[in-house]
Design a binder for this molecule. Sequence first.
Ligand code: ZN
Length: 283
Amino acid sequence: MINILTIDIEDYWSILQRDWLSIPDAKPSDAVLKNTKWYLRTFSDYNVKATFFILGEVAQSFPQLIKEIADEGHEIAVHGFYHRQIFKLSRDEFKKEISDAKKLLEDLSGQQVIGHRAPAFSINKDTQWALEVLAELGFVYDSSISPMAGKRYGWPGFKKEIHRMSLVDGQSIIEVPMSTISLGIRELGVGGGYMRHLPYFYTKWAIGHIQKNRPAMIYMHPYEIDTDAVPLKLDTLTGQGKVAALKFHKSQTRNRQTVKAKVNKLLSDFKFSTIKEILKSVC
Ligand SMILES: [Zn+2]
């Protein structure tokens, strides 16, 4: 079985500042550049291609990085423009962000962009109108739905297989859901924080189990390997969200020192490719 490797290209520091510390004009830092380059070198070492879901603002700040990713033969796809979850946007705002990001990424990469992932897997029953917008804009697939019950996101009971969804006006889109695995009463995902927080044997066991029936879809983030992250201190922060920001930061930086080794094991234990490639055999 060939599984799906994806990475969401976003900068941790600017998102932390905007989402948690009310600093609306924070720009992507060059940490995203350094960390993404580690992934590019590592993917090249294992001769594996991945789908890169990229923020428009990262492409704007680091256009050369997008060219490098495309030149290495990876798939370029959209991860929104400013990492605003779908429920924070109106239909028109979403349409503008996504079409701007698509155009910018196509101009820089020379590739036709056919895939989208919403920030924080934020397409669910309430925000499924976003799929109609994506179909209108010519996207072939979306990979934003997490088939589990989450606090704010998640679509419990959503089909776990890659499948075509019928939309209004005869339109349709292929959905590539987050891979999840049922552990009794809890559903867990594979990749991202699940890989960082849990020992590697969980990831290995979960993929081994999922790939008996369907390709497992793994996601990761550049910052998850970044051990240079400065610990935040309460007295240096301002604003109402500072306690929540500290909690978020603590959880996001936990176990980062384990991730490089886990990525290496993952790439030597399993076969991976891009979503675009997998869709040729699935749909
Ligand atoms: Zn993201």
